[in-house]
Design a protein around this ligand. Structure first.
Ligand code: TRP
Length: 475
């Protein structure tokens, strides 16, 4: 068992192990559950294009920055900022809070996902027409989803207790490729249905008349969420990464896998939806409604088996992500508060349980609301629309304006051993372009949020960040 006293920093067993673990964190419900329904609600092709643009120009740069900060300081999220300059501790704190808010609803959806393994196994796809109603009544039930969420959390805890190289790495290595193959099979099936072409058109033909500030902010938030950025996760993972590995190459591989899976999930779902007559803007139930119907169409043991595998794969992808979320909180408590791994796991998972119970109940209309928004939606809205992107902005400002440029160059090029041709471009993006771009997109998005009744909560998020920055300076 880990102790609190000086110990060699646990590091990744192999390069592949690291890439798979970082990709395991990135690839999750964000790609397969959130990306398709957000694309559906945001008008399709134009959203997808803007999202990809943000992934390449902002996501890549921010991920590289986070790895560099983590490996340079050899600290997890909060410590990385604090050890450089106490006045910047707030950036670490905000990323911790973002991670915490995601932990407040992610396991709820993870629970749905394992529940669907059970539901498929016990005959859900025999009555495909009712898939929509089944989903709605399931998630609004006060008890059932909470039981599944608890089981899901227990799985997380088991993995995290085992520590870095033992638990997370192994799970990622075996199970990620499996999921990828299942998605390909699902895509082929969806594309073979009559009428599926319109779905591909929806996903890949941009119609910019559907783009407003809401859509742009949603695409930015989706990029951050999907890549596990701005939650301290990649900073922490970077701190575990060996000095000889190439940060640029690692970043490239993680980004490629994450976007690949998101696009594949879109290709798996939209053609099938158009063929089956499901509304693209069906919301968070999308994957849970479409996939069972799709496999029901396939019929027989094959349809049943694939549906089962799909939800097992989704659960595993979710697990490898939430495990890394939990790990951020756990390593904060170990590194900064001196807790043992065991105690840290208990404290963070209890916090997670409480938040998730409220989040789950809110979907059945139970519990507190703020500006007519339930707990689940508040957590989602705050992280997706405010915390992640604003925190990403501060991470860039920190790297560009507070860190030493030569330190960054040395970290990213391993002291000149792995040249990075675009270093200057990356540096310019991080120092000037990205902070400005995020500030603009966030400002416009919050402004537009007031028209859709969500502005108040977003503004509260901004105020919270401002307050954290102010208060932590006094500490
Ligand atoms: N990227 C994860 C997904 O797509 C979700 C996520 C966001 C996350 N931030 C994170 C996971 C931080 C781990 C750590 O499902």
């Amino acid at each position: 068992m880990a102790t609190t006293q000086p110990k060699p920093r646990d590091s990744w067993g192999s390069k592949l192990g690291f890439v798979m673990a970082a990709a395991g964190s990135a690839v999750g419900l964000g790609n397969i559950w959130k990306f398709p329904y957000t694309a559906g609600e945001s008008g399709g092709g134009a959203f997808v294009l803007i999202y990809l643009f943000f992934v390449v120009f902002i996501g890549f740069s921010v991920m590289l920055t986070e790895f560099a900060i983590g490996r340079h300081t050899q600290k997890s999220a909060v410590g990385a900022f604090k050890s450089t300059d106490r006045r910047w501790t707030f950036v670490g704190l905000i990323s911790l809070v973002s991670g915490l808010l995601i932990m407040g609803f992610y396991p709820v959806v993870g629970g749905w996902s394992i529940a669907y393994v059970y539901k498929i196994a016990t005959g859900l796809i025999d009555a495909p027409a009712t898939a929509g109603d089944t989903f709605t009544s399931f998630i609004s039930n006060p008890i059932e989803p909470i039981i599944w969420m608890t089981m899901y959390l227990l799985l997380n805890i088991l993995i995290v207790i085992k520590g870095i190289s033992g638990g997370i790495e192994k799970a990622g290595k075996i199970l990620m490729p499996t999921l990828f193959i299942i998605l390909i099979i699902v895509s082929v099936k969806g594309l073979s249905l009559p009428g599926s072409g319109a779905g591909l058109g929806f996903l890949f033909t941009p119609d910019f008349s559907k783009v407003d500030s809401n859509v742009v902010l949603a695409a930015l938030g989706q990029a951050f969420f999907s890549l596990s950025l701005a939650t301290g996760c990649m900073v922490t993972y970077g701190s575990y990464l060996k000095k000889k590995e190439s940060l640029v190459q690692t970043t490239g591989m993680v980004i490629a896998m994450d976007s690949g899976v998101a696009l594949l999930a879109g290709i798996a779902m939209f053609p099938a939806m158009f063929a089956l007559g499901v509304e693209p803007a069906a919301g968070p139930g999308l994957v849970f409604v479409v996939i069972p119907q799709l496999f029901a169409q396939m019929g027989g043991t094959i349809g049943f088996g694939l549906a089962l595998l799909f939800f097992i794969g989704l659960s595993v992808a979710a697990l490898t992500s939430s495990v890394s979320l939990l790990e951020v909180a756990v390593s904060y408590l170990i590194d900064e508060k001196g807790l043992t791994r065991m105690k840290a796991v208990v404290v963070s998972s209890l916090t997670m349980v409480v938040m998730c119970v409220f989040a789950s109940l809110s979907l059945g209309g139970i519990g507190p609301t703020l500006f007519d928004t339930g707990v689940f939606d508040i957590f989602d809205l705050l992280t997706d629309k405010i915390f992640l992107s604003v925190c990403g902005m501060f991470i860039c400002i920190f790297a560009g304006w507070r860190m030493n440029k030569e330190d960054l160059r040395n970290e990213i090029t391993n002291y000149g051993k792995v040249p990075f041709r675009f270093f200057e471009l990356w540096y310019t993006l991080v120092k000037y372009v990205i902070p400005f771009a995020i500030a603009l997109v966030a400002f416009m998005g919050v402004k537009a949020g007031f028209d859709s009744g969500k502005g108040e909560i977003m503004a509260l998020g901004v105020a919270f960040i401002g307050l954290t920055a102010f208060v932590s300076k006094k500490l």
